[in-house]
Ligand binder design. Structure first.
Ligand code: FE
Length: 176
């Protein structure tokens, strides 16, 4: 009589652990590393000064293209442009904490948009006069990877719009 319910409990307890390889024990190393990229860390804020050649060895092709060649993903194609999950966004190249979902807003531009960075040092800025435009480029404060641009047409309280490439963002949901 007890065999069936016991078996059911056993199977339901086992299922998440055996079918989802993403589940990692909740310790301090949770999701702070990335296979093949020894520079990726969500806790180490030490500035990284690597050559493009070194970055090319450790970054996926699409991340390298945006981060080091200052590429731009096509509008409305990235995974976060209309994403509304609660959590933090990290640099896909180095793991640096960049934005909180609290500062993300719905934008019609087709790229994930935020009105402020998580910390002032999360990002840095450079003037960008390429493509016949005068824009301000946003780079990762830790790895100098290109993230996107910042504009003055954002919502309160800052009036800024950090227009980012989804490819350069890793999202980590808030723990319950
Ligand atoms: Fe970075």
């Amino acid at each position: 009589m007890l065999l069936a319910p016991t078996l059911l409990i056993f199977l339901s307890c086992q299922q998440p652990m055996t079918t989802n390889s993403e589940i990692i024990s909740p310790d301090t190393t949770m999701n702070t590393s990335k296979t093949g990229n020894p520079y990726y860390s969500r806790t180490d804020t030490t500035k990284l000064e690597l050559s493009d050649t070194e970055w090319q060895k450790v970054l996926p092709e699409d991340v390298y293209y945006i981060a080091r060649n200052k590429g731009t993903e096509r509008a409305f194609t990235g995974k976060y442009w209309d994403y509304e999950g609660l959590g933090n966004y990290y640099c896909a190249a180095c793991g640096n904490a960049l934005f909180k979902s609290d500062s993300k807003f719905a934008s019609s531009c087709g790229w994930p948009s935020f009105y402020e960075a998580l910390r002032p040092a999360s990002v840095r800025y450079e003037s960008d006069n390429s493509h016949g435009m005068r824009r301000i480029e946003v780079l990762c404060g830790r790895c100098d990877g290109h993230l996107g641009h910042i504009f003055d047409d954002g919502p309160p309280p800052t009036g800024k719009r950090f227009c980012m490439n989804s490819i350069m963002l890793d999202f980590e949901p808030d723990s319950k």
